[in-house]
Design a protein around this ligand. Structure first.
Ligand code: GLN
Ligand code: ZN
Length: 774
């Protein structure tokens, strides 16, 4: 190899980088601005400083083409709405008065102004603000921010590529305004939106953009022919524009499938494809369409959603194959690095043996540039990196953390019967009725009670060493006493201990299980200024000691009413963590399920008769492609049953799931075989009760009657009418009365009133039912 760059030199690039800064400076600046402590000017200066530092880090890591426009003060989908002028009517006055305050009003609401709806970005834990569009939405181009950020990067000496959300995905992620005609779909607006994209492309070209990236992740979902046709026309029209940069259309999170030939044929100059995980199928598909002659291929070979080091030799081999399929092949992460923490080197508390298995955004950038160098100058020039990589991979494979013989033997020995209750539901239900003696329409809550300022102070005091463990535990015990006393006085039938001791429903368990690692600085944006620090499922999972028995038993000792044990289910334990990539998720889920199974057994042995295993993430980790869903639901539901099936017939297993759209997983809700399921339903007026009844769901259901996402307290009459609606679908013997979700985000005054109204509504409906019977 000559080492001379040729015409088709491979570049290293990424699509986006963590926004928050090493010390979450962005969070402090934005929240400071909201509180009036930080001026708009200071906020802008902090943001510009963070962008400068991000580009500097990328350039230092050897990334030769940096992204611009990926940065955001809150969310890039909201930024796209601003860019195309799609400001819903109710915010226009606020935006006109002050663009920045108006922007935050859309994100968070303001006095008498509801925020935009927020939802998950594909199957990640990032949330975006849902564009609201109407048949009469008028788009106008506002390229200001994109142009300014491109200029910044160029002035700082970088080769830069603006990254924009593409028009098809933008419209597919939008929802119609509330009063829209049922015939209106946002995608119908494509012809009105394209000229606006055209103007933005022209403005970017004028500002010096050689390339522009248009992200179209919605095309990795199963799309009907009509949408593929719309995409084909849209990229034909954009491609025909003359005053524009070269267009790179990026896809990620899965394979492109039927959209691949569409984009391959489009008159655009480049395509970015994901080659990790299930998206590796893109490789064969690309060969099948004859590659991308004359086009630039950006190959996402470094997993942008996980925190494990790349297998560099394997990636080089993939890249080698791809070289024959396009005019030019560049190296990238599979998606924006927004979904991983910034820097593994900041983790000083982890075992250095383990740290070398980890790659956060900075390390991934280095991996990408190393691969690009290997492509350009030959593998010999990265010999040292390849050797170190091989050594780290084999240290991981051979480590006692990743291979615990006892755990493996136990998983091996699992039989089909272990994941099945000893008796079918009808018999269990008789036994449970006899044991629990609950009234019709039993009342309960979902688990957590308000996380008060005192509790947060207690946790902060413990961390800061102002109180010791005993002092902290006394405060938790006091809280539990208060929560139990309230529930008894309110007249609830099945009580909870309130989860006062839990910082987070996954972290609390992750900290107590072997196999999980915790980071100190591994923050990832969840939404706006909210960041989470997901645990890392690094090794084989086992439970060294009971995790919840002490506080649950304490709560049970304070009352004669049943107290629900409260656990987080295996699917959610995986979904909200970084999961190991060296074995199927199904295997990891089985290990977590067995650890939970022991906890369930210990709770039962301690006299807990009702145990709830929460699975709020079961719906959200559903694979993007329908073809992959049955296999996922298979292992997900098996893991739940494995965790919960070891109990006696008269122990009642509950589960809880949030989010309103259950249509896709209605069969899975049945397959987990929980005795009772509580679900979100208050906003959709019991729709889920009808859906479940429609498929003949045979067990007990608590469709939520109190929308805990809102500060509104539902009146007793309103709850009564919801329960009556529920009874039209579910017979009284199988209907429960409960809120939509946990109460931890609400204030005590709202919770007190709402719970009392639920109890009183259940009593009213029971009286009606008694009259009918007598
Ligand atoms: N038991 C949990 C709680 O009440 C459930 C939370 C959730 O569904 N996300 O807080
Ligand atoms: Zn919930």
């Amino acid at each position: 190899m000559s080492g001379q760059p040729t015409a088709s030199t491979t570049r290293a690039t990424v699509y986006g980088y963590p926004r928050q800064g090493a010390r979450r400076e962005l969070k402090r600046a934005v929240e400071g601005y909201w509180q009036g402590r930080v001026s708009a000017e200071a906020l802008r200066a902090t943001a510009a400083g963070l962008r400068r530092e991000n580009w500097r880090q990328l350039a230092q890591a050897g990334i030769d083409e940096v992204p611009t426009g990926d940065f955001s003060l809150y969310d890039h989908v909201l930024d796209t709405s601003v860019m195309v002028g799609a400001i819903p009517g109710r915010y226009r006055a606020a935006v006109a008065a002050d663009a920045l305050d108006g922007y935050f009003a859309m994100a968070r609401g303001a006095q008498d102004l509801a925020p935009l709806e927020m939802t998950k970005w594909f199957d990640t834990n990032y949330h975006y603000l849902v564009p609201e569009l109407a048949a009469d939405t008028v788009f106008t181009a506002d390229p200001t921010r994109q142009v300014a950020e491109l200029r910044e990067a160029i002035e700082q000496g970088h080769r830069a590529r603006p990254v924009l959300l593409g028009p098809i995905s933008y419209l597919l992620l939008a929802k119609p305004v509330l009063d829209a005609s049922p015939l209106f779909e946002p995608i119908n607006l494509i012809n009105r939106l394209l000229p606006v994209y055209g103007q933005i492309l022209a403005a970017l070209r004028a500002a010096g953009a050689e390339w522009v990236q248009l992200d179209e992740p919605a095309l990795v979902q199963d799309q009907p022919e009509a949408i593929l046709g719309t995409a084909a026309r849209a990229y034909r029209d954009l491609g025909r524009l003359t005053d524009r940069p070269s267009i790179l259309v990026a896809s990620y999170f899965d394979r492109l499938g039927a959209a691949l030939p569409v984009l391959a044929k489009a008159p655009i100059e480049g395509l970015a494809l994901d080659f990790t995980g299930p998206a590796a199928a893109n490789l064969d598909a690309l060969a099948a369409v004859g590659g991308l002659p004359g086009k630039r291929l950006v190959a996402g070979v470094v997993d942008g959603r996980n925190i494990w080091i790349n297998d560099l030799a394997k990636s080089l081999a993939t890249l080698g194959t791809l070289l024959g399929l396009a005019d030019r092949v560049d190296v990238a992460a599979s998606c924006s690095l927004l979904h991983v923490p910034l820097d593994a080197a900041a983790e000083r508390d982890l075992d250095p043996q383990v740290t070398r298995w980890l790659a956060f955004a900075r390390q991934k950038s280095t991996e990408i540039s190393t691969l690009a160098r290997g492509m350009n100058q030959g593998p010999d020039t990265i010999r040292a990196e390849l050797a170190a990589n091989r050594a780290a991979l084999s240290s991981r494979a051979g480590s006692a953390l990743t291979r615990d013989v006892a755990v493996r033997a136990r998983v091996e020995a699992v039989t089909e019967a272990d994941a099945r209750r000893s008796q079918p539901y009808p018999e269990r239900s008789v036994a449970q009725r006899a044991k629990l003696g609950l009234p019709l329409l039993p009342t309960t809550t979902i688990g957590s009670f308000p996380q008060t300022a005192e509790l947060r102070t207690a946790r902060a005091d413990l961390r800061a060493g102002r109180i010791d463990a005993a002092g902290y535990e006394e405060r938790v015990a006091a809280e539990i006493r208060e929560v139990i006393a309230f529930q008894e006085a309110a007249g609830l039938d099945v009580l909870v201990h309130g989860e006062a001791e839990r910082n987070d429903m996954v972290q609390y368990f992750a900290e107590q299980l072997n196999g999980y690692l915790a980071t100190q600085h591994g923050w990832v944006q969840s939404y706006g200024t909210r960041y989470v620090r997901p645990g890392i499922l690094a090794g084989d999972v086992s439970r060294p000691a009971p995790m919840t028995v002490r506080w649950t038993s304490y709560a049970q000792s304070l009352t004669a009413k049943p107290v629900k044990g409260m656990l987080t289910g295996p699917v959610t334990m995986l979904a909200w963590s970084f999961v190991r990539d060296d074995q199927p998720a199904a295997d990891t889920a089985r290990q977590v399920a067995l650890a939970l199974r022991d906890e369930v057994a210990d709770l039962e042995a301690a006299g807990v008769a009702v145990i709830q295993v929460d699975e709020p993430a079961l719906r959200e980790t559903l694979p993007l492609r329908a073809a992959a869903r049955p296999a996922y639901l298979d292992w997900a539901t098996e893991a739940f049953r494995l965790a919960t099936s070891g109990v006696r017939p008269d122990t009642q297993i509950h589960t809880h799931m949030c989010y309103a759209e259950f249509g896709d997983i209605i069969e899975a809700i049945d397959a987990i075989d929980a005795d009772v399921i509580s679900l979100e339903a208050a906003r959709s007026r019991m729709e889920i009760a009808r859906q479940l009844a429609g498929v003949g769901y045979p067990r007990e259901v608590g469709p939520g009657v109190y929308d805990i996402h809102s500060p509104r307290v539902p009146g007793a009459d309103e709850v009564t009418s919801m329960l009556r609606t529920g009874l039209e679908a579910i017979p009284a013997a199988r209907l429960w009365a409960n809120p939509d979700c946990g109460l931890k985000t609400r204030g005590w005054s709202e919770v007190r009133a709402s719970v009392e109204n639920i109890v009183s509504a259940a009593r009213t409906v029971r009286e009606d039912l008694a009259e009918v019977v007598s």
